[in-house]
Design a protein. Sequence first.
Length: 175
Amino acid sequence: MTTAAIYARVSSARQKEEQTIASQTAALRSYAAAHALEIPPDWVFEDDGYSGATLVRPALERLRDLSAEIEIPVVLCYAPDRLARRYVYQTLLIEEFARVGTELRFLQGRQAETPEDELLLQFQGMIAEYERAQITERTRRGKLHRARSGSPSVLCGAPSLPPPCHLPGCARVRC
């Protein structure tokens, strides 16, 4: 039986609350069982609440470190945009895993086995990046509209003051 690792990611607080990462992981476990892949318990890497627009994600970093240290034959990921929202990051990660002999498999989306498949993967990466930019713009526009309507932002509030200095006679707020 071949061993495999799982990588899953959701970025929004709502996805985190609705536990959509659990549905990704369950689908990946089902795929692994159907394809005779064994998933060691500590080889499930989940970035819950991290953007795919950056490579700085705790679970992804642990997976990358592990694949550099030991052989991981297969990494399962639900879709290319769950691996990274930017095409260049997708390519970087796919090539990084390939260099150490790790096959990356996506449940949604085709594997890049032919030049046509590679082109399709590039388009999907560009569309995911465009979609992320659209979500960011819509969110910005919605927050601006609420602010102009007089609705206070959920994220704003009175700033808290730092604790006073603990040194006797010191006039600074924080040392």
